[in-house]
Design a protein around this ligand. Structure first.
Ligand code: ATP
Length: 324
């Protein structure tokens, strides 16, 4: 392998830049060339490439987002689109790839590998932590800190006015963010996609909170919570069934994806980038690098894509006990 192409794909997450930096510097360390591919698969099809050396990635380890930009490419989902991408890579002399993204990006990489035998390694970059084969995806730790900070601020205003807040956080399929920030910010209840706690239980819990003298209540709701109600519908439900609270809603949205990566995510990105490059140099392909018990290891793409990332049920119990 002489020249590795690196790109970011799908939703961006804090730590992607640190991972790009790591891939570029690991290539320099091993005396091979590195090329940045702009806008994910879209830029690959267009041949939107930039040569990167060790110095070209200075000052980005602390930056959120991705300097290489990210995109979702419809064209890469077609055989013709992938043929164009392959042509561009060959023309530029790129002979291996590191993709930083989520499971969709890995699926694309897997199909590309099947069609052209192109060596590829993946780095999981998404704040949702919804990828099997790693305890942490890049950006997840930063997002937890960002969201906890935001809920702390909501708590200040909630307790000044004796209010109940429903706070919606990201998490369509998994409740990692909701569960952890819920405990971290001292939420009274946490609603997640994995468990249906039921509306009766929610009302009971809120009544108990009020009776026990709490001056504010925060309920953290994952986007895909299993009760199946949006934060606005939950507010209406509580308004109809309880007069004790003045209810407000806050949807945190895309701010959760931004910001400077935490030290944890910077270190994780640095470790993952080195591993991805070294795996390619050892002739490995079609794996995602991951963190498990503080060891960087690898999981085949098909398992990472098919497997399900599970929440830690112990956290649910702890949350229950904490909200007494
Ligand atoms: P996130 O989880 O943050 O959304 P992701 O990597 O899962 O990230 P997707 O939009 O699902 O994001 O995938 C990124 C890109 O990967 C797509 O825009 C498409 O170009 C490519 N891709 C996804 N699935 C396939 C597929 N089945 N075949 C070919 N390419 C694919």
């Amino acid at each position: 392998i002489n020249k590795i192409g690196v790109f970011t794909s799908g939703g961006d997450s804090p730590g992607m830049n640190a991972a790009v930096r790591s891939v570029v510097r690991a290539c320099a360390y091993h005396n091979i060339e590195c090329v940045g591919i702009y806008r994910g698969y879209e830029g690959m099809i267009d041949g939107d490439f930039i040569t990167m050396d060790a110095r070209s990635v200075k000052g980005i380890i602390n930056k959120g987002g991705t300097i290489l930009k990210s995109a979702r490419s419809k064209e890469f989902r077609t055989k013709e689109g992938r043929a164009k991408a392959h042509e561009q890579l060959v023309k530029a002399g790129i002979d291996a790839l590191v993709v930083i993204g989520g499971d969709g990006s890995f699926t694309g990489a897997m199909i590309f590998n099947q069609e052209y035998g192109f060596p590829v390694m993946g780095i999981p970059g998404t704040i949702d932590n919804d990828i099997f084969g790693t305890s942490h995806t890049l950006g997840y730790d930063t997002a937890l800190n960002t969201v906890v900070e935001a809920i702390d601020k909501i708590r200040d205003t909630a307790s000044s006015h004796n209010r109940l807040f429903f706070v919606e956080v990201m998490g369509r399929d998994v409740g990692h963010i909701a569960l952890n920030v819920g405990i971290g910010a001292g939420a009274e209840e946490i609603l997640i996609p994995e468990e249906d706690l039921g509306l009766d239980r929610l009302l009971d819990s809120l009544r108990r909170s009020k009776q026990s003298g709490k001056s504010s209540s925060i309920v953290v709701v994952a986007e895909g919570d299993k009760i199946g109600k949006s934060v606005f519908e939950l507010k209406d439900y509580v308004d109809e069934n309880m007069s004790e609270y003045e209810v407000r809603v806050s949807v945190l949205g895309h701010m959760q994806r931004g910001g400077a990566p935490s030290c944890f995510d910077r270190v994780l990105a640095s470790r993952m980038g080195v591993k991805a490059v070294e795996c390619l140099l050892e002739g490995k392909s079609n794996f995602m690098v991951g963190l498990n018990n503080d060891i960087i290891d690898i999981t085949p793409f098909d398992q990472a894509v098919k497997g399900k990332s599970k929440i830690n049920m112990e956290l649910l119990r702890v949350s229950d006990i904490m909200s007494i």
